[in-house]
Design a protein around this ligand. Structure first.
Ligand code: FAD
Length: 464
């Protein structure tokens, strides 16, 4: 360890290497609620031994080469907004803080692409694009606290995914540093049929396959017109049927969020609201947005519904990055809050929802649930638990039981154990069950890409 640290300082200079205990503690917690409970208790079970802050791809390549030679574990760090423990090392070693790799390199207005370094914060990139009349149409709730590299590495998605898809659909190409320090570039253009699509070796890899240093993403013109509507339903199954029909008829609202009655009270900001509610948004050229709205209306009018108008959806749009309810509860001694997102086909999602709601209720005062990323084949389900325990130790223990319970139910019902937050530490013990025979492929790819197992060892349920 001492040899490696000395060699790292020789390589980069002392100012780019962090090893003080207090500074390292900043890299011992992401936004996983279990980590929030560790922080409250002063525990640091997943702290790195040192942190390096590369300034260029060449720095990254030299650091990775050195780590490989010394068999040193290396874990990339974007902005630490993961809610599953992904950027924290399982066995110490070196954390690679990529936040200084943050330049926008090119905006190509002919091809509608942007090329950036991967430490770029999402909200800064979006603001730069907006100034020119463009957008990524990628709007995770963490836009103001996450990086482009983190998005790709967790296979993130955003609030407007029903029309614009997840981050994988925006990705055109990238530059990545492999485990032996070699730098590889790969670009598909609009589409390419030259072998397997190698982008997907790195998308969602959570730092296990390489360090992504640059990416080229699609950009879009900002939409001319938006129409919003809130629709109340008596029955959860009616709302699910409407979402299914909207997507299967080929409509693409950019916003679809359907809340169970408990979360509907929060979404409507009305304690007395008793129904399920769906928030919808249509955008594009005015005539097309209006036409999509009218077809969607004809679909929900076949069910008992109340049309509530656009105000509640517009208010949600204004506060859509606010996470303070969860943050405040976690800060409190004994406060318990958790978010678990999963996915399923239309014919499996209701059973998964009801089983999760019932099994997780004993751990929380409120079980909120919404369906917000919708496809012709199925939908995501996002469960939020809010509660209070005797102290942080009990909250930590209960959160771990919540994960065990939720993941077991997903495996039993055939649901995807994560829709977009990824695996991290929270789900690592359930990947083998989820991928089944696919785990063999993942293990062989990892063995070929990183024979010394230095890149984020133990993540994705791989060998630590
Ligand atoms: C309030 C809040 C709201 C959220 N909302 C959403 C949401 O709407 N949608 C969503 O998908 N997620 C959401 N998240 C989760 C989180 O923001 C995402 O997982 C995000 O993509 C992580 O980005 P990051 O830059 O913070 O990465 P980090 O958390 O630092 O790292 C995440 C993983 O990526 C790896 N990594 C980071 N950069 C690189 C790189 N350049 N090369 C290789 N590996 C790398 C890390 O090692 C780690 O495994 C939310 C989180 C919070 C706290």
């Amino acid at each position: 360890m001492v040899d490696f640290k000395d060699a790292l300082i020789d390589l980069l200079g002392a100012e780019q290497v962090i090893d003080g205990d207090a500074a390292l503690t900043n890299y011992a917690y992401d936004w996983w609620p279990v980590a929030a409970k560790w922080r409250n208790q002063g525990k640091t079970p997943l702290k790195p031994d040192m942190v390096a802050r590369p300034q260029t791809t060449a720095d990254v390549a030299r650091i990775v080469t050195l780590a490989n030679e010394h068999h040193m574990a290396l874990t990339p760090w974007g902005a630490g907004s993961s809610v599953t423990g992904a950027p924290m090392p399982l066995n110490g070693g070196l954390t690679l803080d990529l936040s200084d790799l943050n330049h926008t390199l090119n905006i190509n207005e002919t091809n509608m692409t942007v090329t950036v370094e991967t430490g770029k914060m999402g909200y800064i990139l979006e603001a730069e694009l907006n100034e020119l009349g463009y957008t990524l149409n990628h709007s995770p709730q963490s836009l103001d606290r996450s990086t482009v590299g983190g998005w790709l590495s967790t296979r993130a998605t955003g609030q407007f995914s029903s029309k614009w898809g997840g981050i994988e659909e925006l990705l055109v190409g990238f530059e990545v540093v492999l485990a032996d320090g070699s730098v590889v570039c790969y670009e598909t253009g609009p589409r390419m049929a030259v072998g397997p699509d190698l982008r997907h070796v790195f998308v969602g890899a959570e730092g296990t396959m390489g360090v992504i240093t640059k990416v080229t993403l699609q950009i879009f013109r900002m939409s001319e017109h938006r129409i919003f509507e809130a629709v109340a339903f008596d029955k959860l199954e009616d709302g699910l049927a409407v979402m299914k029909e909207i997507m299967q008829r080929g409509l693409r609202p950019f916003l679809v969020r359907f809340y169970n009655p408990t979360e509907a009270r929060h979404a409507m900001q009305d304690k007395n609201f008793e129904k399920c509610v769906m928030f919808l948004g249509f955008e594009g050229m005015p005539s097309l947005a209006e036409a999509e709205y009218q077809v969607a209306k004809s679909i929900w009018e076949a069910y008992p519904t109340d049309i509530l108008g656009p105000a509640a959806v517009e208010a949600w749009m204004d506060r859509r990055f606010d996470f303070s309810t969860v943050e405040n509860i976690l800060r409190n001694p004994g406060g318990l809050a958790e978010t678990i997102e999963v996915g399923h086909y239309w014919d499996g999602i209701e059973e998964t929802y009801h089983r999760l709601e019932e099994a997780l209720s004993p751990y929380a005062d409120e079980v909120l649930g919404h369906f917000s990323h919708v496809y012709p084949q199925g939908t995501s389900l996002y469960i939020i638990l809010l509660g209070q325990c005797a102290d942080d130790a009990e909250a930590e223990a209960n959160l771990l039981k919540v994960w065990e319970t939720a993941m077991t139910i997903c495996l039993q019902t055939g649901a995807a154990i994560s829709h977009h937050h990824g695996v991290g530490v929270a789900r690592k013990d359930f990947v083998r069950g989820a991928l089944a025979s696919g785990m063999t492929v993942l293990e062989r790819v990892k063995g070929a890409m990183d024979p010394e197992n230095i890149l984020s060892p133990g993540k994705l349920g791989l060998d630590a």
